[in-house]
Design a binder for this molecule. Structure first.
Ligand SMILES: [Cu+2]
Length: 273
């Protein structure tokens, strides 16, 4: 048997997006998946003929201000057609460059292709904003993760990256993950959420799955694609993840319970080999 996409490696309803982010891969006999190429995204403001064009990149600390931008196509005009992926036409991730203050937002688009969302950045410093989308360019679905820096003037106090841990707490919920991300080989990652009373939290579907995971690399803030399974596996949310290289990563897991979305964050150290 050569490379196949089999039953234990489904990508759910948003397969269009998931497969575009997934490099050619081979299922190995030991259950792992090898990928030829797993580059980090989000390091560039322009890729695949698409350019992220913000109207303003300076924000006041702690006060909401609209972030407005468009995605310019190869001819320089704003793209107005986007494919819906994970239930949204565009996902906006914002994090300070010290990997604190993570936000996952869904801007809305005006008919002329201008996206906007109210953005309140908690503290001074340089922030990274990623637009994760699939643009329709000349009838062609073109996936991209483009990144820009935003500035919040003021006195900057960097937050050290927390120690590596498989458990995190948020708002009374305890979130554990199982699995060992590796360089260049797609590995399963199982995330379990325990509620305030000690039982499994009643997770609700969020963005086409029971959770959403964004993985960012410490040092350059490279954005790593993660592929969720649509259904719970033994009560856990299952992801497939390949690290583009050794290093320290911060993993942000969004989940929904009783209509509210919360985020748990983990530091993972991924070693070479
Ligand atoms: Cu999103």
């Amino acid at each position: 048997m050569t490379a196949t996409t089999n039953g234990d490696h489904t990508h759910g309803p948003a397969a269009a997006h998931d497969d575009t982010g997934l490099a050619p891969h081979v299922h190995n006999a030991d259950g792992t998946v090898s990928t030829a190429q797993t580059d980090a995204g989000g390091l560039s403001v322009s890729a695949a003929g698409l350019t992220l064009v913000p109207e303003s990149t300076t924000f006041p600390a702690g006060r909401g201000k609209p972030l407005r931008f468009h995605v310019a196509g190869p001819q320089g005009t704003a793209i107005t057609a986007f494919a819906t992926v994970h239930e949204k036409p565009l996902h906006l991730i914002v994090v300070r460059r010290d990997l604190s203050g993570y936000r996952h937002l869904h801007p809305t688009m005006a008919p002329d292709g201008t996206w906007s969302v109210d953005l309140a950045l908690a503290g001074a410093g340089s922030w990274r904003a990623y637009a994760d989308f699939t643009a329709m360019v000349g009838g062609q679905a073109t996936p991209a993760v483009l990144g820009i820096d935003l500035d919040v003037p003021g006195r900057f106090a960097p937050v050290p990256l927390p120690e590596a841990a498989n458990q995190a707490t948020t708002d009374g919920f305890t979130v554990d993950y199982e699995g060992a991300p590796r360089v260049g080989a797609t590995q399963p990652l199982l995330v379990r959420v325990t509620g305030v009373t000690g039982g499994s939290a009643a997770l609700e579907p969020y963005l086409g799955a029971y959770g959403h995971l964004v993985v960012l690399r410490d040092g350059d803030l490279g954005y790593v694609h993660v592929h969720p399974e649509a259904r719970l596996v033994d009560g856990a949310v299952k992801f497939w993840l390949a690290a583009p290289g050794p290093g320290r990563y911060r993993m942000f897991f969004d989940f929904k319970e009783a209509g509210k979305v919360r985020t748990a964050a983990f530091t993972a150290i991924i070693r070479a080999g």
